[in-house]
Design a protein around this ligand. Structure first.
Ligand code: TXE
Length: 487
């Protein structure tokens, strides 16, 4: 009951608190989106388990904080090595749990998990210098002190990658951690907890409480014993968390949804544009950064659309474990119904669906065909709301001004993709786009030194490089006078 075996890998399904496995009397059922198969019963945490975990993390905090970046870093580098040694196990497990492509997990996502830990450990050691500058002979000494217990709430679309994007910097900064993974994807965090033990991370430094958002998540974010909340997920949940955090004035970092534009200008390389546009179906559209609104200059729209259709027609949908598969299933029946609901309503509204638009009946289950909605009515739901499935919209513009107005015309501002043949032109466009990350003639090039986050309703704050430490640490300035010294 406390363990499940998934593709020959044993995973403990209990919480990981204070270095021990603790079961709840209640459990919830975890199934695979690939075929609906039963994966296991998972401990369902609530207030009591969260309280235990925060207490364990608080008890472990003074020693972890006092250890300093170099000693903490040595343990974190060991952890990164263990992740690397377990890439195959983690990839298999995550694919069974969330249905993302096995080949992506092997090649890109799990190596990045190791990188998330290694990068921030090394950054804390080498880059996070205690800055000093002078004011009328006084020195200002800036330091980044550990802040306490970081509460990390993560989603299901890239479970361990997004969890370690927070765990890495929080631990490197000297905070201790309570992680609440998404209830649809509990397994990789549990497996990762065992790796922290093998790496020698002291008991209580890293804790996992499994469970539902409205139970474990709500208890964690309202807990007075935490010092930070970092959350990746939906806008409505971020609002609930912000309310919960308000009573304790707990600082929050939010990485939320998007409805990002992909702009194709008349001077663009249209083959490149079509290739980048088709990439927006990656992870079956369950990517916050996706450029789901393709905005194309009217004069090249037909040629672009043909090139896009040619490429999209070559996408293979199927079992994510098959190396030939490009698009897998949606994560869960609830989410599948949500995605289908958006498309069904668009049909009822008379929108023109020129590709897909329905579940893949050959595959059944949670597989939804890659879909394209052409010229959706401006302001309609399909072009303003985050669908988070394989559903793209295509609209046309006739001037740069109109393109910018359309691109910036949603409540989101997470990312944008610009495809242009002229550097000067691209510079003019990017200057006026409102987005946390803009890719020009490329997509998904990510550097952990760079800030990452969203503008408008797409987020609060930035993480990455120093920005992560500015969030997880207590930044302190000690001003030292040149006078008054006796020795
Ligand atoms: O998200 P939630 P859901 C968007 C995407 C998707 C929609 C809904 O549009 O269709 O959100 O997905 C925890 N207190 N994104 O319902 O609810 C929950 O347990 C504390 C974009 O899955 O935001 C899970 O761990 N925690 C996104 C996490 O929040 C709570 C990724 C995310 O769940 C909570 C995922 C509460 N009251 C969805 N309620 C992105 N930015 O990448 C829930 N949770």
């Amino acid at each position: 009951m406390n363990f499940v075996e998934v593709v020959g890998i044993q995973v403990d399904t209990r919480h990981f608190i204070g270095g021990e496995r603790i079961a709840s009397t209640e459990t919830f059922t975890n199934t695979s989106p690939i075929d609906g198969s039963f994966l296991g019963e998972i401990s369902r945490g609530g207030t009591a388990e969260v309280d235990l975990a925060v207490t364990a993390a608080r008890n472990a905090f003074p020693a972890w904080a006092a250890m300093g970046p170099a000693k903490r870093g040595a343990l974190l580098l060991k952890l990164a090595e263990l992740v690397e040694a377990n890439i195959e196990n983690l990839a298999q497990l995550e694919t069974m749990d969330n249905g993302s492509l096995l080949r992506s997990h092997r090649r890109g996502v799990m190596p990045r998990v190791a990188m998330n830990i290694r990068f921030f450990a090394e950054w804390a050691i080498n880059e996070l210098k205690h800055e000093v500058f002078e004011t009328r002979g006084h020195s200002n000494n800036i330091s980044w002190d550990p802040s306490g217990v970081a509460a990390l709430i993560t989603p299901w679309n890239a479970p361990l990658m997004l969890a370690t994007w927070k765990v890495g910097p929080a631990l490197a900064a000297g905070d201790t951690v309570v992680l609440k993974p998404a209830e649809w994807t509990p397994l990789s965090a549990s497996f990762f907890a065992d790796l922290t033990v093998k790496a020698g991370i002291p008991a209580g430094v890293f804790n996992v409480v499994q469970g539902f958002g409205r139970e474990a998540g709500a208890a964690l974010t309202a807990h007075p014993g935490i010092s930070r909340i970092s959350f990746t997920g939906s806008v409505p949940t971020a609002k609930v968390i912000a309310h919960a955090a308000a009573d304790n004035l707990t600082p929050c970092s939010f990485e939320l949804g998007g409805k990002s534009p992909l702009l194709v200008f008349d001077n663009a390389d249209l083959d490149l544009a079509a290739e980048l546009a088709v990439e927006q179906y990656d992870n079956a559209g369950q990517v916050c950064l996706s450029g789901t609104r393709i905005l194309v200059h009217e004069s090249v729209a037909d040629v672009f659309a043909e090139k896009f259709r040619d490429r999209a027609a070559k996408l293979t949908q199927g079992d994510p474990r098959d190396p030939e598969t490009d698009i897998g299933p949606q994560i869960h029946q609830t989410h599948f119904d949500r995605v289908k609901g958006f498309v069904d309503r668009a049909k009822t509204d008379g929108q023109s669906i020129v590709m897909g638009g329905e579940p893949n009946s050959e595959l059944g289950g949670l597989y939804f065909k890659p879909t394209l909605v052409k010229n959706p009515a401006p302001g309609s739901e399909i072009v303003t709301a985050e669908v988070f499935g394989p559903v793209l919209c295509m609209q046309t513009f006739t001037s740069d001004e109109q393109a910018l107005e359309m691109a910036n015309g949603t409540e989101f501002g997470l990312a944008a993709v610009v495809v242009s043949g002229s550097r000067a032109h691209a510079d003019r466009i990017t200057k006026d786009l409102v987005a946390g990350t803009i890719w020009v003639n490329c997509f998904f090039v990510r550097d952990l030194r760079a800030p990452f986050g969203g503008s408008k309703k797409s987020g609060v704050g930035r993480e990455g490089g120093n920005w992560s430490f500015d969030f997880y640490a207590d930044v302190k300035n000690t001003v030292i006078s040149p006078n008054g010294w006796k020795e």
